[in-house]
Design a protein around this ligand. Structure first.
Ligand code: IPE
Ligand code: IPE
Ligand code: MG
Length: 255
């Protein structure tokens, strides 16, 4: 059994503050270009937005924050930019993990880590171990992550465990890389594009989607609050009618 309800198998609880926020941090390159700076200057500034948003989410009582830092398709970028991003990730791991720990934040990384060098992999493992027992915000960095990769690795593991059994939701979801978290309540994408870019494909089934033109280096606590205000206005029906919600009808079993 998965630790959390599946939005398609039962109706998850909802609150005014999203329990899980997932963000595609986009627009670093354009932020830099507007200032006649190299693209990588935008990535460097983007780290400051990460700090602001982590702090704001912890203060607001968000339990899970998941940030898309590097997609499985981002290897297609110029080699110089890819290696800069790797260096930046390494530096952030070295400098930030102890601070996260001091603030009671649990740190996790999801994605195919086999593509990273051992320096990064060791720091990730040590950071996860150090912060594993923390009970504050769980911060997940998605690195070399792809939604299709995630579904396939889970399906392959389910098949290996029992080659004859059909793959069901119950068997698959505990094997997804974010099985330790509920599905995202709120998905945010900065930078103006309105697409999912192979982020958490399975887990976004019933997430509320929020798109903003703000470029990631310009995004902070105030912009986050605007996203939360939009979220509070949403009616999350999970397939039911508005009337059912208003009447507070008992929730029927799935199927
Ligand atoms: C997001 O910003 C950061 C990563 C994908 C690593 P971009 O680098 O995609 O910025 P734009 O979209 O080119 O402005
Ligand atoms: C999505 O941004 C990935 C991350 C933010 C890590 P991209 O900039 O790579 O997305 P596309 O290519 O515009 O869809
Ligand atoms: Mg982009």
């Amino acid at each position: 059994m998965a630790e959390f309800d599946s939005s398609t198998q039962s109706i998850p609880g909802t609150g005014l503050v999203p329990r899980h926020v997932a963000i595609i941090m986009d627009g670093n390159g354009r932020w830099a270009k507007k200032r006649y700076l190299p693209r990588v200057a935008g990535h460097r500034r983007g780290v400051e937005s990460v700090r602001d948003v982590v702090k704001a989410c912890a203060e607001q009582g968000v339990k899970y924050l998941t940030l898309f830092a590097f997609s499985s398709e981002n290897w297609r970028r110029p080699p110089d930019e890819v290696s800069f991003l790797m260096q930046l990730f390494l530096k952030a791991l070295e400098q930030e993990v102890a601070k996260l720990h001091d603030n009671g934040i649990r740190f996790k990384v999801v994605g195919d880590l086999s593509a990273f060098d051992t320096g990064i992999r060791d720091l990730v493992r040590r950071g996860e171990e150090l912060t594993a027992a923390n009970t504050g915000l769980t911060l997940t960095i998605a690195a070399n992550y792809g939604g299709r990769w995630d579904i396939l690795q889970a399906a392959n593991r389910a098949r290996e465990a029992d080659p004859a059994a059909p793959i069901s939701e119950e068997r698959l979801t505990p094997l997804l890389s974010m099985a330790y978290a509920p599905e995202p309540d709120l998905f945010i994408r900065t930078g103006g594009e309105q697409r999912v870019s192979n982020f958490l494909l399975w887990q976004l089934a019933y997430a509320e989607l929020y798109f903003t033109d703000a470029l990631w280096p310009d995004f902070g606590a105030e912009a986050l609050e605007a996203a939360f205000a939009s979220y509070r206005q949403r009616e999350r029906r999970f397939g039911r009618t508005s009337e059912q919600l208003a009447e507070g009808e008992p929730i029927p079993k799935a199927g």
